[in-house]
Design a protein around this ligand. Structure first.
Ligand code: G3P
Length: 217
């Protein structure tokens, strides 16, 4: 399973990239706003930190303007992945860009039928929003299961990029189902390394080591 981090905070991206865990980065207009930085500049910096796909989202709603925005974004670096919304115009843009060999992430997916359309449009990634699905009393994890089943039924190459993950259990469930990629905020990725017994064990080892009166260095 690939790990993407869902942020435009380059300090967090650098820190996580150093662990070797990061396979890519996803951004969206909200995360760019949160960074307080210029969109093109921050995407360029992120593309220099990770080798994998860096999702940069178009903001236009019509196909023609989406293509113009994509033309600017794809010039930033070879690992830019153009993010388009799951609308008919977004799907047209997906079809056109993937036809030109550009990676496309189709975002704001909330149903398995929408995911089916994205796969038929040749999407590189489909981003079902698990947490926002749960927020609205739907079952976000069931959505991932349904998409996995449909994609496997027809051997679609589109990768399931489980997005809007809010906690480690979301990551665990996505891994069990076989999501190809998860994207999560830095805090959620860091939480995956945590266990109360790891902390307790470290405390006990530190205390016993101190009693030996030894040093390694
Ligand atoms: O980037 C898309 C997605 O991961 C957003 O997550 O938590 O804002 O629903 P969230």
């Amino acid at each position: 399973m690939k790990f993407f981090v869902d942020t435009a905070d380059t300090a967090d991206i650098r820190d996580l990239a150093a662990t070797g865990l990061l396979d890519g980065v996803t951004t969206n207009p909200t995360l760019i706003h949160k960074s307080g930085r210029q969109f093109l500049e921050v995407v360029e910096e992120i593309c220099g930190i990770v080798d994998g796909p860096v999702s940069a989202e178009v903001v236009a709603l019509d196909h023609e303007t989406m293509m113009k925005e994509a033309a600017i974004l794809r010039k930033i670096a070879d690992n830019v992945c153009i993010k388009v919304p799951l609308t008919i115009d977004g799907l047209k843009t997906c079809k056109a860009l993937t036809g030109e060999g550009v990676m496309v992430n189709v975002t704001l997916c909330f149903s398995a039928n929408q995911a089916l359309l994205a796969a038929k449009a040749g999407a590189t990634f489909i981003s079902p929003f698990v947490g926002r699905h749960d927020d609205n009393s739907f079952d976000g994890i069931k959505l991932i299961e349904d998409i996995r089943l449909i994609y496997d039924n027809y051997q679609f190459d589109t990768e399931i990029l489980a997005a809007s993950l809010r906690h480690p259990i979301h990551v665990l469930e996505c891994a069990k189902i076989g999501a190809d990629v998860i994207t999560a905020p830095p805090a959620v990725i860091r939480m995956l390394s945590k266990h109360v017994l790891t902390d307790k064990g470290l405390e006990a080892f530190a205390a016993d080591w101190a009693k030996t009166g030894q040093t390694i260095l």
